[in-house]
Design a protein around this ligand. Structure first.
Ligand SMILES: Cc1ncc(COP(=O)(O)O)c(C=O)c1O
Length: 110
């Protein structure tokens, strides 16, 4: 790993050790997850919302997201924000009923 110089920041040696240990763990976890799923890369993040944020940043204005109709509040607020501020077409459907989902499936829909 490259070293990083942060001016005016006092870091105790034991904090650096914990930080390096975490990065080593995250690197290994990501490498193994990518292998397990046959993916090019995997990312390990520490919260559910940061994971959703990363995934939803791949959606561009005008694209469509199919989401469930009974979502966690934070997920719902993030999708509502994307819909009203970014121009993402967010459609809520009952994902337990395939017949409700099928009409919304289309090329590029996520
Ligand atoms: C379904 C679901 N998505 C996302 C989250 C958010 O996870 P976090 O609090 O780790 O950001 C939660 C949290 O309870 C959840 O239940």
């Amino acid at each position: 790993m490259d070293s990083m110089i942060i001016p005016d920041l006092e870091i105790l040696p034991e904090q650096l050790w914990v930080s390096n240990l975490y990065h080593d763990w995250a690197d290994k976890t990501e490498t193994h997850l990518a292998r397990l799923y046959g993916a090019h890369r995997a990312f390990a993040v520490s919260t559910g919302m940061s994971c959703l944020d990363i995934i939803l940043r791949m959606v561009k204005p005008g694209e469509t997201v199919l989401a469930g109709d009974d979502l966690y509040g934070g997920t719902n607020r993030l999708l509502t924000y994307l819909s009203s501020h970014v121009g993402v077409d967010v459609r809520h459907v009952d994902t337990t009923r395939v017949e409700e989902l099928e009409p919304h499936l289309g090329p590029g829909n996520k």
